[in-house]
Write a protein that binds this ligand. Sequence first.
Ligand code: NAD
Ligand code: DAO
Ligand code: ZN
Ligand code: ZN
Length: 370
Amino acid sequence: MRTRAAVAVAAGKPLEIMEVNLDGPKAGEVLVEIKATGLCHTDEFTRSGADPEGLFPAILGHEGAGVVLEVGPGVTSLKPGDHVIPLYTPECRECEYCLNPKTNLCQSIRTTQGRGVMPDGTSRFTTLDGDPILHYMGCSTFANHTVLPEIALAKVREDAPFDKICYIGCGVTTGIGAVINTAKVEIGSRAIVFGLGGIGLNVIQGLRLAGADQIVGVDLNPEKRAMGERFGMTDFVNPAEVEGDLVPYLVDLTKGGADYTFDATGNVGVMRTALECAHKGWGESIIIGVAPAGAEISTRPFQLVTGRVWKGTAFGGARGRTDVPKIVDWYMQGKIEIDPMITHNLTLDEINHGFDLMHEGKSIRAVVEY
Ligand code: NAD
Ligand code: DAO
Ligand code: ZN
Ligand code: ZN
């Protein structure tokens, strides 16, 4: 079939909107009509060439929601008409990683996904001239139709709006999951969140859900303050307005250091600050941000000797097929909010404008509806 897609043709170039060919699903695969897709910082990271795994040409996009159109041979868990959210972290429920409760990093299709192809080693997308186009993070939601492995789709309830739940495919689950699954924040905790973007705001609402007493938001952009407060932030700190070192300022503000800190910036200097303002003896710092290729983190080892813990999280530690339908339920039940974070609704033709808004710090989440 033919479909419309935003194709990343080369690092640093705008996405090109074009018709592409899409082959039908092979064994274990599913054809999905994408109804809505969110623009996540990580797509831009790849488009700009900062992502070491970025391959071109490729159809980016990893945050979406849609409807199953056709299932390939051997697919048992999905049928045409099912509503689904693509998963860049799949859940096969069989591999060594899926069977270990300590991780969500299913490895069953990791190698082929990283090469931009389906598990059989080939791509389903080609240009109208027949040249291959790669998949991205196993999802390629910047196409109106895409093919995914069955294990990379979460089946969700049919009354949930696509233009909102697409955000659960990355940002919402990553932020809330970092709090609940990775940090396992207790009621009454003090926390600091660095970076109040599409991820950090979801960390904040996760902290509110977990019953944190103090939620400090840190951002260089003063315009992020109102949104932070909207989702439960109790204190706002703009590092540009702090005289002297930021670490002692934040340690003082949290009465000795935070129980939990979260980096949602991808800046390695911020990651160090986040670790060092965690409470001596027990404070945990969770890295969510993805740093540029080759970047390294550092701190004095004594920071860890004296009880601080440095951790990271991918997709908020969530097991997609199991956890994503539950998060959709939380949204539909009003336990979590999504609507105010979707600041812009765009068409596929406007997708590059969506990335401009992200750069300018004007959007939290821009969503493209097909
Ligand atoms: P974003 O651009 O929407 O937000 C980043 C925020 O950080 C902005 O508000 C910006 O003003 C602020 N910021 C930048 N530098 C700062 C500094 N030095 N001090 C304080 N604030 C600063 O990005 P996002 O979509 O929220 O993504 C955040 C990070 O999370 C990115 O690195 C992204 O790649 C990563 N990410 C990780 C996962 C995962 O599974 N680990 C999933 C999705 C995104
Ligand atoms: O190596 O097993 C693995 C998984 C790597 C992918 C983890 C993705 C999380 C970080 C990227 C942010 C995605 C939006
Ligand atoms: Zn697995
Ligand atoms: Zn993302």
